[in-house]
Design a protein around this ligand. Structure first.
Ligand code: 5RP
Length: 218
């Protein structure tokens, strides 16, 4: 395993301390979460199951022998574990690099505690070096793109990607995200936008960041 994967593994290992017996665990999507799923396999007899944020994670959870439950048939989840493309010191995130942002935001919202697992390369002073993913209804793609240009962004259509919900992704470059809460609210109001990949209105409760100097929580 290369160093980047080792750091992701360490962050995932640290998140296991939040998993308690008989829990239904919300599970995110991505290469960092894939380590968490592998580790969760070792606890599968102790948890009741998982709610998944993507078809990809559902497949891995099932392969690991973990029961995957429908969010509609369970109540509020105690815990959601997911990665991020960027985090600031206030635990506000950019997510959606893996195009799973809509279900991720839903499962995070339905959870009491969102524990975000990252390697230290994801920590930034101000969000926005990573282009902001926005999931859009296909027929609204050009309209939404024009609104994003008017807001100062440079949207790029993510070619060849259809989300699990049948939608498309615009990756928005060059945004000023000094106030990510305002931007999330503003973009949420554009007709045709399904989900903005900013998790700032509701940030993570805990970020676990693994670096070469050790694992930190904030
Ligand atoms: C998927 C996501 C992922 O959490 C994000 O892209 C981070 O992925 P990785 O752990 O592979 O770096 O938001 O939509």
């Amino acid at each position: 395993m290369n160093q980047a994967e080792q750091l992701k593994r360490k962050a995932a290992e640290a998140a296991l301390s939040f998993v308690e017996d008989d829990m239904i665990v919300g599970v995110g999507t991505g290469s960092t979460v894939n380590h968490f799923i592998e580790l969760l396999k070792g606890m599968k007899g102790r948890i009741d199951g998982a709610v998944s944020s993507s078809d990809a994670s559902t497949a891995l959870l099932k392969q690991a022998g973990i029961a995957v439950m429908d969010l509609n048939s369970v109540g509020t989840l105690p815990l959601y574990v997911d990665g991020a493309d960027e985090t600031d010191a206030h635990r506000r995130l950019i997510k959606g690099g893996g195009a799973a942002l809509t279900r991720e935001k839903i499962v995070a919202a339905a959870s009491e505690k969102f524990v975000c697992i990252v390697d230290e390369s994801k920590k930034v002073g101000v969000l926005g070096e990573f282009p902001l993913p926005i999931e859009v209804i296909p027929m609204a793609r050009s309209y939404v793109a024009r609104q994003l240009v008017a807001a100062g962004g440079r949207p790029v259509f993510r070619e060849g990607v259809t989300t699990d919900n049948g939608n498309v992704i615009l990756d928005v470059h060059d945004l000023n995200l000094v106030d990510p809460v305002s931007v999330e609210r503003q973009f949420n109001c554009i007709p045709g936008v399904v989900t903005v990949g900013l998790f700032a209105i509701r940030p993570a409760e805990v970020v676990i960041s693994a670096g070469v100097g050790g694992v930190e929580r904030f």
